[in-house]
Design a protein around this ligand. Structure first.
Ligand code: GAF
Length: 383
């Protein structure tokens, strides 16, 4: 059974349609999105599906396979329910409905039942939240005749996440989920929202992306993520620029002079990470996927040492996969837990998987989930 089948089965009434959107892995470009920089994520094959039935009243009712209770809100009370907070998982789909109505004033809202089912592991740093947002935004865009394009729907997802759920994230995950292309990653300029799919060519090169989900939980609505964002804003303000996107590696000597040590290291991560994204795209296009390993390794070191968002489990996953023959490896996503990715020859996947499990056992860490992901298509209507 796929998520599409599960969502349809959960819906109590005949569906007018089923829409789905994927999770994502970020190949490189971490904590650069809210600094108006560059990112290079890809959509994965695991998807979240939203099956929708139209109701005769003006109630929006959401159910999911990952929570026991349905949540119902009359459309007229949506503003108040979002403002009151406390919606838990239902904050994502209801937040999308609320944001869509804000962004598409000509939409024709009507009562709907939405049933959600997901194949995207929750809390793994693979953006199960963007997958929910993308599926629900795509569904309501059609059912309510909102007429938004994919970039506008990504923005709707981000507004839901920022203003309804309260996580101060950037737009990378929603753009990756909406715009994914099979066998490609999305090169995205977060200042202009210009995007370009870049072919990855992992399979013909005999390579795979191995994910190590450490099962260490993280939440971007709390603590560390927000603090990192504030440090970046302090750094930009000290230079009198709108965002760290406006600095280059040539500005780092001056940054070290005028900033305190912690703020300087946060700035150095973002500035060098932006450059690594550009270098990764260039290396891929010139020399193919075997050429990008060192950039992934450098990205991880920068997140571990300068941005300080790694955890021992992520470092161990990176070290162990590299020792098992990966060409490059790094934590992916916001950090403080979640997953690492490794670019690895396909024939080494079984031994690397065993090595990671053994290393985690030896360190008395929880047994991680280890699996491969494939660059896949973005949000779509399935039925
Ligand atoms: C999380 C956020 F949701 C993204 O916007 C991005 O900032 C990422 O962390 C770090 O690159 O996934």
């Amino acid at each position: 059974m796929t998520a599409v089948d599960d969502a349809r089965a959960l819906l109590a009434a005949p569906a007018v349609g089923v829409w789905s959107a994927p999770g994502r892995a970020n190949l490189i470009g971490e904590h650069t999105d809210y600094n108006e920089g560059f990112v290079f994520p890809f959509a994965i094959a695991q998807r979240t599906a939203a099956a929708v039935a139209v109701r005769s009243d003006d109630v929006i009712r959401v159910r999911s396979t990952f929570a026991p209770d349905a949540v119902e809100v009359p459309l007229a009370e949506l503003d108040a329910r979002i403002a009151a907070e406390g919606l838990d998982w239902a904050g994502y789909p209801l937040g999308v409905a609320w944001a869509l109505l804000r962004e598409a004033p000509d939409a024709t809202p009507r009562g709907v039942d939405i049933a959600l089912a997901s194949e995207v592991p929750v809390g793994a740093g693979l953006s199960s939240s963007a997958a929910i947002e993308g599926a629900v935004a795509s569904a309501l865009n059609d059912v309510w005749n909102a007429g938004l394009d994919k970039i506008a729907l990504a923005r709707v997802g981000r507004i839901a996440e920022n203003d309804a759920v309260g996580a101060p994230t950037g737009i990378m995950d929603q753009m990756a989920s909406m715009l994914g292309v099979a066998d490609a990653a999305t090169f995205l300029d977060c200042r202009t929202l210009e995007t370009r799919p870049v072919t990855l060519g992992f399979t013909p090169a005999g390579l795979a992306i191995l994910v190590v989900d450490t099962l260490v939980e993280h939440a971007h609505s709390t603590g560390g993520y927000r603090e990192r964002r504030e440090a970046c804003e302090r750094g930009a303000a000290a230079f009198g620029v709108p965002s760290l996107r406006d600095l280059t590696v040539d500005d780092l000597a001056r940054a070290e002079e005028i900033l305190d040590d912690v703020t300087f290291r946060r700035v150095r991560h973002v500035v060098t990470e932006n450059q690594r994204v550009l270098d990764t795209v260039a290396a891929l296009e010139a020399d193919g996927p075997r050429a990008i390993g060192d950039l992934l390794v450098a990205s991880h070191a920068s997140m571990r040492d300068d941005f300080e968002i790694s955890v021992p489990e992520l470092d161990l996953a990176v070290e162990t996969t590299l020792a098992a023959g990966a060409l490059g490896a790094r934590m992916t996503g916001g950090g403080f837990g979640g997953a690492a990715i490794a670019l690895i020859p396909t024939d080494l996947v079984p031994t690397a998987t065993d090595a990671v499990r053994a290393a985690f056992a030896a360190s008395r860490f929880r047994t991680p989930n280890v699996f491969t992901v494939a660059p896949s298509e973005g949000a779509r209507r399935d039925a």
